[in-house]
Write a protein that binds this ligand. Structure first.
Ligand SMILES: [Zn+2]
Length: 386
């Protein structure tokens, strides 16, 4: 392709994406409003809308409601039901594979129960399940495959390390891309959950800190509606106790080790009063001193970690996904109080703190939202309109 043709194609792609994204961002919108929003001429918008209608990415939803005299404009909306994503969610229990529409609604799902997977076993299950979903559906309609895994990911999608699974150096993206002719995106599970929370953010806050307490401690910063990729979110491996317990990562006193349920249970066992989280919580509720001290200490460690993140990120809102700690409101409240106490008051005074309980279906919805953003982004190398 010569340079001139390439430039024309790129401009065409940019303009189509501008129109499509104005549709994605609005529940319904008219062509004149799109023209105003994108700066494109009305004739260009009309052309692009005809193309998108033909592709099944837009549909008409009646006429605008207005007091204006004259012909009312046709209202349009993004049509999420004609295409699909395959979303793979790797958890400690196994692999969940979901076929969704572009809005993240699950059309079908398969759960492959297989706890304590090695990375190679997980990779082979993921490959097998993706092949199975693609061969059982209309492959042409599948725009991309997303994989969420709790891990530190490199910009090229390689999994560098996962403390949750005890894996390192796994190239899910490269290995799967080799076998299927679809774009593959790998994302950290906490980011998918943060995306889900952003969907219900009607206040359109500037900066949100999402703290994930499910299987360790992760953090995600959502800034002006997008994941802030310069924050890698490994707050679980920041030090909260210099000579604390040994962590998987090789350091001592990491946040996720010091506030882990395993540690609380181990410490409680030494008192001879029980060895499960339920025992500790029962002890606390019955006024047991050891249990109370353990839960206070755990909440304080968590609060220190959150305060450190707050002082770096300066969020307007902090959402804590409760994970296993949903069993103890006391730990979460202690953590929030400690975080407020330790973070700069000028920052923490304006923060609203919320808790959430994000399940697998919500995670998949967040993943779909992220995939939608990725495939309809101008930086995406493939042309989704081909
Ligand atoms: Zn660590």
């Amino acid at each position: 392709m010569n340079k001139q043709v390439a430039n024309v194609r790129l401009m065409q792609k940019i303009n189509r994406l501008k129109v499509l994204n104005s549709l994605i961002q609005n529940p319904s919108i008219s062509k004149p409003a799109i023209s105003e929003m994108t700066g494109l001429s009305k004739a260009s918008v009309t052309n692009i809308i005809s193309f998108l209608l033909e592709k099944g990415l837009v549909c008409e939803v009646g006429r605008e409601v207005t007091d204006k005299i004259g012909r009312k404009a046709v209202m349009l909306k993004f049509c999420a039901t004609n295409y699909n994503f395959v979303c793979v969610n790797i958890t400690r229990e196994g692999v969940g594979v979901y076929l969704t529409n572009l809005d993240g609604e699950v059309i079908s799902s398969r759960i492959h129960n297989a706890p304590n997977l090695t990375s190679q076993k997980a990779l082979s299950i993921v490959k097998e399940e993706i092949h199975s979903v693609i061969s059982n559906s209309d492959s042409q309609k599948i725009l991309a495959v997303g994989i969420s895994v709790s891990a530190l990911l490199m910009p090229d999608g390689t999994l560098a390390v996962s403390s949750k699974f005890r894996w390192d150096n796994v190239d899910f993206k490269g290995e799967i891309q080799k076998e299927i002719n679809k774009p593959v995106f790998v994302m950290d599970t906490s980011s998918a959950k943060a995306y889900y929370c952003s969907l219900s953010d009607n206040e359109k806050i500037n900066s949100m800190l999402f703290v994930d307490l499910k299987d360790g401690v992760g953090a995600v910063n959502f800034y002006k509606g997008h994941i802030n990729k310069s924050i890698i979110g490994e707050i679980g491996h920041t030090t909260v106790e210099k000579d604390g317990d040994m962590c998987f990562c090789g350091n001592r006193g990491c946040l996720e080790t010091m506030c882990s349920i395993e540690r609380v249970c181990e410490q409680y066992q030494k008192s001879g009063k029980g060895n499960s989280l339920d025992d500790v919580i029962n002890g606390f509720e019955n006024g047991d001193k050891t249990a109370t001290e353990l839960l206070i200490k755990t909440g304080e460690y968590l609060g220190i970690g959150i305060a450190n993140a707050i002082n770096i990120i300066n969020p307007d809102k902090v959402i804590i996904n409760k994970g296993e700690w949903q069993k103890s409101r006391f730990v979460l409240e202690t953590a929030v109080n400690e975080a407020k106490k330790r973070a700069f008051s000028a920052i923490s005074g304006k923060i609203s703190f919320e808790t959430a309980d994000i399940d697998d279906i919500m995670t998949v919805k967040g993943m779909s939202k992220s995939l939608c953003e990725s495939v309809f982004d101008v930086d995406f190398h493939g042309d989704i309109f081909d």
